[in-house]
Design a protein around this ligand. Structure first.
Ligand code: S3P
Length: 736
């Protein structure tokens, strides 16, 4: 692709770049230059470069790309020397870890034509080793390289440098110069300054360094980077002074506030800082772990492998109900006082809601084994989040939060993952706009949502065009703030957890037939919430034990709210053997232990009235239908097409792949029960599709491989473990 690359400065970074490009075969010749004769000699011997030069002008002759990999403070002088040479159209790029100062120097000395060819860059990679002998062609693989082009940088120069880094396996990003310097000051330079500063502060007061004999892992981990190269860091703080000072000042003021909290014994403030920090650190840990995992396995997604056959037995507890978990965070945050939650679902969706409220300043302790303590801030106590609220795969988070945020004093933005970004939001934005909310969505009413704060909302009397608990709940949350009485009428009953829980928090809600009404002007009082097991998760095992001959299974403590039990009714109509024991009520929600034994299922016409009451359970109900005798017909379920995937089409494709005769229709499906064979299924990142086909394998004649299953963690993080416990043989592919 290019004729000649010149690398000036053959240290670890320059040497690794030279070696990587040389090995990539993208370049005719790689020429090295270094002040140290030993490095020049080694560079050739180790195959880092094709040849070395002593003199800059000689080295740069005929160069297509010149990479400047000298210490950051030497960059200015080097640019001055290059400016005096005729470099033709050679592209100049560098690896300096601060960009503002390099660009300033370049603007002072380079001619306009040379500036067109200048592409400032910074690879975020390194190692404890240094020198050309540590050169490693793989050093940048899966590491970030940030390019900070100038306004005048030519697209050609930018794309050549971009392509060279990508050829080394780097993950290249383009960024504004100032942003780069701020980000690096915060994530790299400040921590180094603090580590150097802390170790010195302790050391100089303890001359014989005796104190370090008492230091343990915490000290070691915090101060490891104080062992870095002092000269290099001295250079970096000189080079990136302004950005470092800005981030240091912000940190100092936060530290002062923390100091005050310690002095005043303000445990609430400390808990806020520590719980938020812990989550942020865990998030960072996951990013690192994912990177390591990807490095190791180079896999794109997570696949399940389900073995055919098996029978279910035992007694297991289902994870907490997802809908109730979301609402416990929301209402607990809006209440006055401390709400304790037990049985919270620690799945990605509910955790996304939890994080959103932490981002809005709510102190939440936990989750620890499903226990949370939420320090409610009251209806008017939320604070603006520092950035967009990212809710991942969770439609419930986005739609319910839309109603709540539309009514706040501050602006907010809601974003989600690729699947959520394809799901319709106008069903909530339209009625909220009718209440006076100002919300902008992306093209076709899809996420992200931008909500303008400070609007006075007016109550509306709204009849839902579709049976949706998310829309109903979104409007009720907005109604907590709207002038007048908000009334929502639904075309068919949908889950009523919001209404029940509001009442549990002491908020007056009137339910008359299909209409729910509430007026603003009241408050929520903290309470205790016990989240029952999720019937939507139990559904997989209800079907599994029904279709696997010889099964007898108990599912403990499952929520049986009548707006959720459609799956039990439908399975019973099909002939399932399900009995309810130990019926009780916890925290305003009915709960029971469910016993299920295998049974011969028969196909049915599913009553349309049951559709909203089993809306999340259809993927696995389709599996039941495929194992039943005769034909099952579903109608009136067009909502399934706009769930985490188009569940009608994706299930039809999967069932067909297993040899089942089925016919998707616009609002449902027709399935003829029969034999299932093994095969490969695409789950399209939809958790419930992945779990449904894990269950289908029980009746397949061969293994079922299910692709793209990582999102099972959104609703059922311990699914595979529970499967193993009861006798469903499904594992993550590649693990036993
Ligand atoms: C939910 C409502 C349902 C359901 C979703 C959770 C809720 O969505 O599918 O998993 O918690 O309110 P719709 O309101 O779109 O039917």
């Amino acid at each position: 692709m290019i004729g000649r690359l010149v690398v000036v400065g053959l240290g670890l970074i320059g040497g690794s770049f030279a070696k990587g490009v040389r090995e990539s075969g993208l370049c005719g010749e790689v020429v090295g230059l270094d002040l140290d004769p030993q490095s020049r000699k080694l560079a050739v011997e180790l195959g880092v470069v094709d040849r070395c030069e002593e003199d800059l002008a000689a080295a740069c002759q005929g160069a297509d790309v010149i990479q400047l990999a000298v210490p950051i403070l030497a960059m200015e002088k080097l640019l001055g020397m290059l400016a005096r040479l005729d470099l033709g159209d050679a592209i100049l790029t560098d690896v300096g870890s601060a960009k503002g100062n390099v660009v300033r120097a370049a603007r002072e000395v380079l001619a306009p034509r040379q500036l067109l060819n200048f592409v400032p860059g910074h690879p975020i990679a390194g190692s404890e080793q240094s020198g050309v002998e540590a050169s490693n062609a793989e050093l940048f693989r899966r590491h970030k390289v940030i390019l900070t082009p100038l306004d005048e940088t030519s697209p050609r120069a930018l794309s050549v440098v971009d392509a060279l880094w990508r050829a080394l396996g780097a993950d290249v990003e383009h960024m504004a110069i100032e942003r780069h310097d701020e980000v690096l000051a915060a994530t790299s330079h400040l921590p180094h300054l603090l580590a150097f500063g802390l170790v010195d502060s302790l050391a100089k007061r303890n001359e014989n360094l005796d104190i370090f004999r008492y230091a343990a892992g915490g000290f070691r981990d915090f101060t490891r980077i104080a062992g870095s190269d002092p000269v290099m860091w001295h250079d970096i703080f000189l080079a990136n002074r302004d950005a470092v000072l800005r981030t240091l000042d912000t940190f100092r003021s936060d530290l002062d506030v923390l100091r005050e909290a310690v002095a005043a014994g303000d445990g609430h403030h400390m808990l806020g800082v520590f719980t938020r920090a812990r989550v942020a650190r865990e998030h960072f840990g996951k990013i690192l772990a994912r990177r390591a995992y990807m490095d190791k396995r180079a896999v794109k997604g997570l696949n399940f492998l389900a073995q055919p056959g098996g029978r279910l037995s035992g007694s297991v507890r289902m994870p907490g109900d997802k809908s109730i978990s979301h609402r416990s965070i929301m209402l607990g945050s809006l209440a006055q006082g401390m709400t304790e939650v037990e049985g919270f679902l620690e799945g990605e969706d509910a955790l996304a809601t939890l994080q959103a409220f932490r981002d809005m300043g709510v102190v939440i302790e936990g989750p620890h084994h499903g226990r949370l303590v939420i320090h409610g801030v009251g209806l008017h106590g939320l604070q603006p989040a520092p950035g967009p609220l990212y809710v991942g795969n969770s439609g419930t988070s986005m739609r319910l939060l839309a109603g709540l945020l539309a009514a706040q004093r501050f602006d907010s933005q809601l974003t989600g993952d690729a699947s959520l970004s394809r799901r319709p939001m106008s069903r909530v934005t339209a009625p909220l706009q009718a209440m006076g909310a100002r919300i902008e969505a992306g093209a076709d009413g899809l996420p992200p949502l931008t909500l303008q704060g400070g609007q006075r909302l007016r109550a509306i009397d709204y009849t839902l065009p579709m049976a949706s608990a998310q829309v109903k709940s979104s409007l009720l949350l907005a109604g907590l703030y709207a002038e007048g009485e908000t009334r929502v009428t639904e075309p068919a009953p949908t889950r009523d957890h919001t209404e029940r829980m509001l009442q549990g928090f002491g908020y007056p809600v009137a339910v008359q037939g299909a209409t729910v009404a509430l007026a603003s002007g009241h408050g929520l009082a903290a309470t205790r919430i016990e989240v029952p097991g999720d019937i939507s998760s139990a559904a997989f095992f209800l079907v599994a034990a029904s279709i696997a001959e010889g099964s007898d299974l108990v599912l403990e403590h499952v929520g049986i709210n009548p707006t959720r039990t459609g799956v039990i009714d439908i399975l019973k109509l099909m002939g399932a053997d399900i009995s309810l024991h130990n019926l009780r009520e916890v925290g305003g929600e009915p709960v029971a232990d469910l016993q299920v034994r295998s049974a011969v299922l028969k196909g049915i016409e599913i009553p349309e009235a049951l559709v909203p009451l089993a809306i999340d359970e259809f993927p696995v109900l389709f599996v039941a239908a495929a194992c039943a005798q005769g034909r099952t017909v579903l109608r009136g379920a067009q909502e399934l097409r706009v769930k985490e995937s188009d569940r009608i089409q994706v299930m039809a494709d999967g069932l067909s792949a297993l040899g089942v005769t089925c016919q998707p229709t616009e609002d449902g499906i027709i399935i003829d029960g029969g034999a299932l064979r093994g095969g490969e299924i695409q789950a399209h990142g939809d958790h419930r599709i992945a779990m449904a086909f894990s269950v289908a394998a029980l009746r397949a004649s061969g293994p079922v491989r299910i692709l793209d299953c990582a999102n099972v963690a959104t609703s059922f993080p311990n699914f595979l473990a529970l499967c193993g416990q009861v006798g469903i043989r499904v594992t993550e592919e590649g693990k036993s």
